[in-house]
Write a protein that binds this ligand. Sequence first.
Ligand code: XUL
Ligand code: CO
Length: 438
Amino acid sequence: MSPAFPEISKIPYEGPSSKNPLAFKHYNPTEVVEGKTMADQLRFSVAYWHTFRAALSDPFGTGTAIRPWDDGSNRVENACNRARVAFEFIEKLGAPFYAFHDRDVAPEGVNLEESNRNLDAVVKVLKEEQQRTGIKLLWATANLFTHPRFLHGAATSPNADVFVYAAAQVKKALEAAHELGAEGYVFWGGREGYSTLWNTNIKRELDHLARFFHMAVDYKKAIGFKGPFYIEPKPREPTKHQYDSDAAACLNFLREYGLLEHFKLNLETNHATLAGHSMAHECEVAAAAGALGSIDANTGDELIGWDTDQFPTSIYLTTQVMLTVLKMGGFTTGGLNFDAKVRRESFEPVDLFYAHIGGMDTFARGLKIAAAIRADGRLAEMLKQRYTSWDSGIGASIEGGKEDFASLEKYALSQPDPVQHTSGRQELFENIVNELIC
Ligand code: XUL
Ligand code: CO
């Protein structure tokens, strides 16, 4: 097969002074940061659905993408050829992982049986390419939202036959993930939500979703798939309300239905902001529950307001994300998956390289700055100081579970009433962050 990107060779690291648009300025895969190489800290992944399947259409216009290697057909041969091109791209970029939905990599057939056969054919090529290049599968997932059969949801559909079909599809996707040695498996609740409450029984739909996940856990054990499951929160789009609306809602659902030990969260920046949160908030909520599994690294547009899935360019954003990741001891099975697409106006193949290089450099800078903030130690010390009243005396006694309301009333009456507590020093915190962002 002749190369799809003949004029592009492996993207080198050239350092911050380089002006070469096809070189990394900050992502130096072998450079060690906090005891691990950048490659191991960041675990970059290319999202198959955006980079190799997005036609770059929007609600007002058709696709603009020029992809000379793709004949635009639904033929399995075209899918296999595209898979080989994907590996040429990922190898030249130097990303160690990729991620896919079943229906991105292989076309839907006339029925489930043919769809499964198509997937088998492409998985065979993906496996060969993984072996040839050493590139690994960060996670796989099943597309349970594009086909009209899923218009009312999949596991939360009011129609039991749709639930059955979705179960069969996830079973097959899990087998593919297992065959390809995936590090994890994602559930994004594409249409698991509602458009109007008038026609919706929330309790019943949530019970069904939990039943579905329990069956998935059982099947994962049955086939010996060891990777974690992730739920990917998103509050809306395509539905008006999605059940996995944010990290806190997902954690509550998982706890309520006894699923938390089997799941972590795959957090996405643009989903966090759609939910009215910052990505840093979502990361901290998930990490506090020991459930920050993986990240869909993208960003939204602050003025457009929908899920624009842009490549991340903000160093503040990547610094905050990497601070939480370093604090939790780094990724284990998760990583930074660029669930991001080039703009409709950026339709040439080379734009795929520019986009990923930019995202990788932005995260590499975030990693280096986060490590510098931690090495500097001032922010951590100020944060610690803010809570010192809990380190000894009555605070430590409360934390140790030794007090009750009666004992606290006795203590309060024995002391002068507390006065206005120490300053929060927000501006000083912000100044130190700015001093270290460079
Ligand atoms: C949709 C989205 C999905 C999931 C996987 O907004 O983020 O691509 O990441 O289904
Ligand atoms: Co995503």
